[in-house]
Design a protein around this ligand. Sequence first.
Ligand code: GLA
Length: 354
Amino acid sequence: MPKIFSPGRINIIGEHTDYSYGYVMPMAINLGNYLEYVPYDKISLRSDAYNEEIELDLSMINKKQNKWIDYILGVYNALFELNLKPGGIKGRIYGNLPISSGLSSSASLELAILVALNNSYNLKLNKLQLALIGKKAENDFVGVPSGILDQFAVTFGKKGFAIFLDTETLSYEYIPFPKDISVIVYNTGVKRELAKTGYADRKKIVEDSLRILNKNSSKEIIEKDLEKLDPLYRKRMGYIIRENNRVINAKEALKKNNLELLGKLLIESHNDIAKNYEVSSKELDFIVETSMKYGALGARLTGAGFGGSAIILALKDKAEKIAESVHKEYIKVFEYKSFYNIVESNDGANIIEN
Ligand code: GLA
């Protein structure tokens, strides 16, 4: 029976910049979804995470169910629109990627199905096409106006590397990730669905600003241009252009193995997004502050924010101790069911058994 592994992702830096066509630097991780499946005449899937089995006729793909299966129906709709008509699938989805935690569980699900259909129905789609179809499924069917960050990271991930991506041109570079650094993903236990957060509002401000300033991408905006914007727009876009610069600087810091600078950029990024983009939370701020107190190299929220997870970078031999200390302090203050994972970089969604 074919088996797929589709990872989740962290974003090292470059947050909320993708829908402004700026820079991001994500990394696929070794938490993700497994899909064991066989081709079938219907869509018949079991999700262990949701403890639910759903069977639908292929004629039903455009009927939204307001459930996890919508990510899969979205994929089918996007493929049908391209005049690709894969058959059905029967299988089971399971794994260790927490849902609604800022680690791209939805993109991971979309890409697991896409890789399976591409493989079994000979759709001949390349990685970039798969990532873009995943995004389309999420934007058009599920209704979340996300950028390309998640699907790109989940598709193009490479063990040992972070991905520096220009979200306008979609040109990218694999940046070796230092072997002596561990990444702790600290999950606040505060779940959120992007559809119910201020994500779409933020995106609208960015789109309006690009239009007002007559630019295709935030990369073209300079500080002086911001004077033409209203105060709230200026505040949001100011964060974005500074964040673009930080992504470039973080890439250089990684290349030179300058861990101190990398850590500093992560902290700057977190403080800036908290103050000027206002998508952090007291839980995320607490994790960032506490981890620095215990000797982390750097830390910041990862993904959309509004709850979800923070990443903490630490030297390998200190990571477990820092993670435990942060956890002890966190549970003294907050009652959420928080937890952490020390993660590794991983390859993108692919077939691991045929
Ligand atoms: C979510 C979206 C991405 C990106 C991040 C914020 O993960 O799906 O497209 O905008 O938030 O960086």
